[in-house]
Structures are given as C-alpha cells and as structure tokens.
Design a protein around this ligand. Structure first.
Ligand SMILES: *Cc1c(COP(=O)(O)O)cnc(C)c1O
Length: 383
C-alpha cells in the first residue's frame, strides 16, 4: 500500500537543472539568482520591494527590527500560529500578547484583537491561517486608530489575495516561508515584501550584517563599506534561489491543483459524521491544507485516529499542535494559565490537518475520504 504524505516538495527536472548550473559556476552567494528570485517574487505578488532571506523566522525577526520593536513594547500575536512569530517578538526583547482565534476560520478574532491593545502596544501581527486572508480592512482600522505597525505572516498563504492585492502588502510588511511543505520550496528560505522603501532598506541591510555598501562606493577600495545598523546574516544562497525561480514558474499550476483538491476533499469529508471542516475557502484563499475539527466522542481520540490513518497510508499533520500561550516557554515566562485561548486550544488539541497539495490527485482525495470514513466508523463503534 502506498502512503499519501501530508506534504511533499515538488522538485523536478527544472529545479535539478537550475541547481546544477549554480554548482557548475563559481558564484554560490551574492549572485544573480537571488536577485532574479526577488524580482520574480515581486512580479508575482505585485510588491514594490521583495527581499529574500534564510527562513520565514528570519523574515519575521527582520520585520520587527525594521519596525523598531524593542524592550517595553507589546506586540499582538495570534495564539493559533507557528511559534516563529512569538519568538521573533521575544528575540527583539518585546512581549508577545496572544489573541485567540475565530472558531469559524481559525484566523485571529478581530474583536479580541481590538480589545487587546494597550498603551504599550506597538504592532499587531496576523497570520493568514490555512491560506484564508484575514479581514485586513478591520486590522488596519485598529492599527490606524492606535498608530501601530502591521506585520503579516504569509508563510502558509502564498498566492492569497484580498480584492486582488496579495497578502503581505496590506500591512507594513509581509513574511513568507519556503520550507519544504509550504506552497513552494527552496529547501529552507524566506521572503520579506513591503510597500515601504524605508522598511525595505533596513531589512535588506540588517539581513547582511547591517552593511551599507553604497556609503563608500565612490572610494577607490571596492570592498569598503560602512556598518549602518546592528545586523545578522540572514541571506538566501544561490542554490535556494535557483530552485525558487523554477518553483515560482510552477506556482499558478500548484495553486489550481490545491483549490481543486481542497474543494473535493471538503465535499467528501463534510459527509463524515463527527468531522467539521474549518471554512478556509473564502475569496482569494490559497488552500494550504484542510483542517477538520473532531466532535465528541472522536475529539478525545485524536491521537488514535492519526495513528490509525497513518497505518492505512494517510499522512496527516496538526496546524498548530499547541496554542502559543500553552507552550512551556511562554506559559512559564508569562504565567499564562492552561487553555487561556480556548478557541485556539480547541483547534490545536481537537483537529487534524489533511493534505491538499499538488502532490496529490483526485484519486488520492477519494482514498483519503473513504479511509477517514471507515476509520471513524470503527472508532465510534468501539467508543
Ligand atoms: C512554517 C511557518 C513559519 C516558519 O517558517 P520557516 O521558514 O521554517 O522559518 C512561520 N510562520 C508560519 C505561519 C508557518 O506556518
């Protein structure tokens, strides 16, 4: 029996040839591929500025640094997201303030977001959970009223748009991931996009040791430069960028396949008693995966369900395994009580994520639906 994996990088002949070309040359970093990838990404998203980075975590760190986030500041962070966002705030010396999710979509609850603003709040962050765009109009309203920066985590939302404008361009800065199971991959990799020239300038300098090469460009020593900021080395290399250029060409096809798979899987799993599919198929969505909430009595038996499905060749995942305030570090550092964000807790502890990526076809979708139906029947019968 073959296994349907949750995620699988779509690396083909084009990517292999592009990487081989890099290896045949002598330029492994500071080369033309990173620039080409940034330019192609800017074209695809419509961003005036796109800066390639090492990872999404690196992108988020650079984004908060560019917004000047530091000690004493509070930053609103969704409880239902990847820990990278909270860590990026924490590394800047600021405090992540967690906001619970909307039970219908899993995106941040916008009423709670507005209510969480204090005198110390400097920025609001959102994640376009499962590729469904957050209502950015309402986020921007809150941000304008309190003069806050807006950071968008688009790690699982590449291709998602609101009224035609790509996610990441509604707030001040948007961050992307090219980790192997995301919409496209460069092995490890990330991108920052922004409409703001000042943020783009600071991100691109702090990405590379804070160096400003333009300052001394008129001097005779071509290697001379000035250090304008404290910085990091968060650059992307030529090998990753070469993959990224090829992956981006295939992205429109990937997105179509994801939408088809999502709709077919949602229709199928919608007919299974005990499952409630989270509604992440709104306008402009980019279908990262499908998350199904388990109703009682299945909810308490999630691990058994996941293990049984795995045994039957259906790979699944959990997005995300713990609400951030429930994780050991944030619980102990800030004294959050267990399940302080009950909606995020329900999603984290009582849901299963199913694949919809371009590595699966309609026959795989049908196999997932049939297998889930049978396994759920068996578990419920034994309950
Ligand atoms: C995967 C993911 C990240 C982390 O991305 P890396 O490129 O691995 O650093 C950040 N945020 C979200 C929402 C993610 O899903």
């Amino acid at each position: 029996m073959t296994t349907i994996p949750f995620g699988k990088p779509m690396v083909g002949e084009e990517e292999r040839r592009a990487v081989a070309e890099v290896l045949e040359g002598t330029t492994l970093t500071h080369g033309p591929r990173v620039k080409a990838f940034e330019q192609a990404f800017a074209e695809f998203t419509g961003a005036p500025h796109a800066i390639a980075t090492a990872t999404c975590m690196a992108s988020l760190h650079l984004a908060y640094l560019a917004c000047g986030i530091g000690p004493g500041d509070e930053v609103l962070v969704p409880a239902q997201t990847h820990v990278a966002m909270a860590h990026a705030v924490e590394i800047c010396g600021a405090t992540p303030v967690f906001v619970d999710a909307d039970p219908r979509t899993g995106n941040v609850d916008l009423d709670l977001l507005a209510a969480a603003v204090t005198e110390r709040t400097r920025a609001v962050s959102v994640v376009h959970y499962l590729g469904l765009p957050v209502d950015m109009g309402r986020v921007l309203e809150v941000a304008r009223r309190h003069d806050l920066f807006v950071v968008e985590d688009c790690a699982i939302a590449l291709g998602a748009r609101i009224d035609g404008t790509h996610v990441g361009l509604h707030g001040d800065v948007g961050c992307f991931s090219f980790y192997p199971v995301k919409h496209i991959t460069t092995g490890e990799g990330g991108m920052v996009i922004t409409t703001r020239a000042d943020i783009a300038d600071r991100v691109s300098k702090q990405r590379a040791f804070g160096i400003d090469k333009s300052v001394l460009a008129d001097r005779r020593h071509t290697a001379a430069y000035e250090i304008e900021y404290v910085g990091l080395n968060y650059r992307m290399g030529e090998i990753g960028a070469a993959m990224g250029v090829e992956q981006l060409k295939r992205l429109p096809g990937f997105l179509e396949q994801r939408a088809r798979n999502f709709r077919s899987l949602a229709a199928g799993l919608g007919g299974v008693d005990g499952l409630t599919v989270i509604d992440s198929d709104g306008p402009g969505a980019s279908h990262y995966c499908l998350v199904a909430l388990l109703d009682a009595p299945l909810a308490e038996r999630r691990e058994e369900l996941i293990e049984t499905l795995k045994g039957e060749g259906v790979g699944t995942s959990v997005y995300y395994p713990k609400p951030l305030p429930d994780t050991k570090y944030y619980r102990e550092t800030y004294g959050h009580p267990e399940r302080s964000c009950p909606v995020a807790a329900r999603i984290s502890y009582e849901s299963i994520a199913f694949p919809v990526g371009p590595h699966i076809e309609e026959e795989d979708v049908q196999r997932i639906v049939e297998t889930v139906g049978q396994v759920v029947d068996r578990l419920v019968a034994r309950a």
